[in-house]
Each structure stands twice: as structure tokens, then as C-alpha cells.
Ligand binder design. Structure first.
Ligand code: GLU
Length: 421
């Protein structure tokens, strides 16, 4: 991984604060409320001692940050990655607060992480890391307190272990403790595809605003995890032409459009899109600067910075990842007139269906995939309209509008609830 991605030209918490400050200023937010919303409610750092398969003991560091619980239980994923750090988790937790407020689901924001390399752990080591981490933070978890979900390096199996660990401790089955679970354990239909579907819906709405028909519109997708993979497939189904895709190792480009089915089977065999014979190799840095209509950064933070923003040629950027653009790059993209759909709107499909999963678990009644997708589409389209209306009204970028919408919503509720003193 390049050092820029690890350190960033801005630490992600600073990048989040930079946008929050602008939104607070534009809204004329009360100074007291400003201080409350700028500060995470609660942070927990734990040691996660784990027995490795070879008999040795490793101690990993785990975090859980709850940024705000004003609008409901903290909600947000758990990330397993070697470069996880507290400021990153703080930023991701705050982004969850704003994201849940943009789509108006009754959750606050939280995020967790364990500093480990999941590619170097066996399945049973992953299980032990997960169970020990959850046991360590479980005092602050609960269906009405804080509800984890998948993020980078975690998946449905990890969620199954989380649900089981929590349930064993409280002596009853509690599926609503986590979302993104396998369907058999109370997961929701459509949850796996939800973030990618939301990316597609936001792209579709943006093209409408710009008066562009999706047919033949070209796209490049950075990242081939759950979000990148599904986004590429959904954009292709929308009639667009996905010409480039990459993962952490490298990428592939074909100006005539990639055969996504063949690409997927190449990935299933080799665990990378690199070396796919249906196109030319392209680096992650080159992919971002391709002459495409739509760019979907769906990998990680800080990939579009003040160093490469001027070289971006896409007309539209749809942020599948959290925090892919730095605050300094925002200005450059704005000046270039690039239409950006910010992360807290573009990738909110995931947490929206997480909310549906939580609701279904609590009812003990489950919806069909069509019902889930219809409800998701409704929320994404309305939220897109709320953000773009705000942008027009205040003559600001979509990013600032999304932050303003969210900060205003969270601020109102925080004020209504009052300080408990
Ligand atoms: N990790 C995802 C995100 O960043 C999903 C969070 C959730 O569903 O709670 O939005």
C-alpha cells in the first residue's frame, strides 16, 4: 500500500472535521452544539489476545468509537485491516452519524476496528479474534445501544460470530445485535448488494440531473471488494460500460468495456482482478485519471488528493468508499466542475438495508428481496433529492449540502434531547 494511503495528506478525522466545520459555519450552528457534535460520545480501546494456530499468542488492538447516539443506537461497521488507527475509526464513526442522518434512518454513528491483517489469519484465528474483540467491547454493544456491521476485512461469517458471541453472553438469541448477517441467521434479503445498488441508484439520479442517458456511459471502478464488485455489475446492468476495475494489487482496462462475468470468475480463481486477460493492465493511480464519464472510488480513504485531483477527467464521481477524496481535493474538483456524489449519500444503501435488517429482526418477520429493493430505492431517491435541493438552495456543493442536511438533523435532535446535567 502506498504510504500516502496509510498516512494520508489529511488524517481522515481532520478531513471529516474540515467538512463538518464548513457545514456548521454555513448553518450558523450554535457554538455549544458545534462542540458537542465535533466530539465522539465514547471511545473504547481494548487488547485482543488471541491464540494463533501455531500455539503462539498475539495481542491485537481493537477499537469501537460511538460518535453520536442522539438519533438512535450507534450504527456502523467493523474493519479488520493492518493500518486501522483511532483517528480513522473516529472519522468513520462520525461519517456513519452523518450518513444515517442523510438517509434519515433512526441511528447514530459508530465504527470499530481491529489492527490485524485478515489475509494472514486462518478461519479459526478470525473467529477467535472476532469473539475476543466482541467480548471485550460488549458492555457498550446491544440492539438498542450499538449495532456493528461488515466493513473492510469482515463479512457475513464474522457477523454470525458476533451475533453468537453476544447472544451466548446474554443467554438469548439476539439477531438485532448486528447486521449484514447470513440470511439463515436473520440477515436481510438484498443486504449484500445494498451498497452497490445504492451507488447505482445515485449514479442514475446524477445522470438524470445532468441530462445524460446511461446507455454507453463509461465508468471506472476502483476497488473490487463487496462495494466495487456489486457497483460494477449494477452500473453494467443500467446500460453503462464499465471499462476499468482494480483492486489492491492492480487493475485492468478495456476501452470496449469489460466482460464482468469473465472478470468475476478470474477473480474467484486468483483472488485478484490483476492479470485478467480481457483487457490491458492499469495501475490504481492510472485508473483514477482515465478519461471516463463516471469514476467510482470504492476502495479506501484518501485516494483523490491535492496531488492528483487536477488530473481527474471524469465528469461524475460517485464515492462508494468512505472518505476517498480529501478536503483539499474537494476544492480542486469543485473548480473543475466535477459532479461529486459524496460518500455519506452515495454509499448509504448499505446502512439503509442494515436498518431494514434490524427492523425485520426485531419484528421476527422478513421481507422479500423486491420489498427491500423497493424501499431502498425510495430512500435513496428521496435522499438524493434532499441533498441536491439543499445544494441548490444554499448554492453549495453536494458534499457540503449533505453535511449541512445531516448536521442540521443531528443538531436539532441533540438540542431537543438536551444536555443531561
Ligand atoms: N460499513 C458500512 C458503511 O460504512 C455499513 C455500515 C452498516 O451497515 O452499519 O456504511
Amino acid at each position: 500500500m502506498n504510504p500516502e494511503q496509510v498516512l494520508g495528506e489529511e488524517n481522515p478525522f481532520e478531513a471529516m472535521h474540515a467538512r463538518f466545520d464548513l457545514a456548521a459555519q454555513k448553518l450558523g450552528l450554535d457554538p455549544g452544539l458545534y462542540r458537542v457534535l465535533r466530539t465522539p460520545d465514547r471511545e473504547m480501546t481494548v487488547a485482543v489476545p488471541v491464540l494463533r494456530d501455531d500455539g503462539s499468542v498475539e495481542v491485537y488492538t481493537g477499537y469501537r468509537v460511538q460518535h453520536s447516539t442522539a438519533r438512535g443506537p450507534a450504527k456502523g461497521g467493523v474493519r479488520y485491516a493492518p493500518n486501522v488507527n483511532l483517528d480513522e475509526v473516529r472519522a468513520l464513526a462520525a461519517w456513519m452519524t452523518w450518513k444515517c442522518a442523510v438517509v434519515n434512518v433512526p441511528f447514530g454513528g459508530g465504527k470499530g476496528g481491529v489492527v490485524c491483517d485478515p489475509t494472514k489469519l486462518s478461519v479459526s484465528e478470525m473467529e477467535r479474534v472476532t469473539r475476543r474483540y466482541i467480548a471485550a467491547i460488549m458492555d457498550i454493544l446491544g440492539p438498542d445501544r450499538d449495532v456493528p456491521a461488515p466493513d473492510m476485512g469482515t463479512d457475513g461469517q464474522v457477523m454470525a460470530w458476533i451475533a453468537d458471541t453476544y447472544s451466548m453472553h446474554v443467554r438469548s438469541w439476539q439477531p438485532a445485535i448486528t447486521t449484514g448477517k447470513p440470511i439463515e441467521l436473520g440477515g436481510s434479503a438484498g443486504r449484500v448488494e445494498a451498497t452497490g445498488r445504492g451507488v447505482m441508484l445515485s449514479t442514475r439520479e446524477a445522470l438524470k440531473v445532468l441530462g445524460i442517458q446511461p446507455n454507453g456511459v463509461t465508468a471506472a471502478v476502483q476497488g473490487y471488494g463487496n462495494v466495487g464488485q456489486v457497483s460494477a455489475m449494477m452500473l453494467d446492468r443500467l446500460g453503462m460500460k464499465v471499462v476499468a476495475v482494480s483492486d489492491i494489487r492492480g487493475g485492468v482496462h478495456n476501452a470496449r468495456g469489460l466482460d464482468l462475468k469473465a472478470l468475476k470468475s478470474h477473480f474467484q480463481k486468483t483472488r485478484t482482478v490483476e492479470g485478467f486477460p480481457g483487457g490491458e493492465p492499469v495501475s490504481n493511480a492510472q485508473l483514477l485519471e482515465l478519461g471516463v464519464d463516471v469514476l467510482v472510488p470504492a476502495a479506501t480513504e484518501n485516494v483523490i488528493t491535492s496531488k492528483n485531483a487536477a488530473n481527474i477527467k471524469a465528469r461524475v464521481i460517485v464515492e462508494g468508499a468512505n472518505g476517498p477524496v480529501t478536503a483539499r481535493a474537494d476544492k480542486i474538483l469543485d473548480e473543475k466542475g466535477i459532479y461529486v456524489i459524496p460518500d455519506i449519500l452515495a454509499n448509504a444503501g448499505g446502512v439503509t438495508v442494515s436498518y431494514f435488517e434490524w427492523v425485520q429482526d426485531r419484528m421476527g418477520m422478513f421481507w422479500t428481496e423486491d420489498e427491500v429493493n423497493t424501499r431502498l430505492e425510495h430512500i435513496m431517491v428521496n435522499s438524493f433529492r434532499d441533498v441536491t435541493d439543499m445544494a441548490k438552495r444554499f448554492e453549495v456543493s453536494n458534499r457540503l449540502a449533505a453535511y449541512m442536511l445531516a448536521v442540521d438533523r443531528v443538531g436539532k435532535v441533540t438540542k431537543m434531547r438536551g444536555l443531561y446535567a
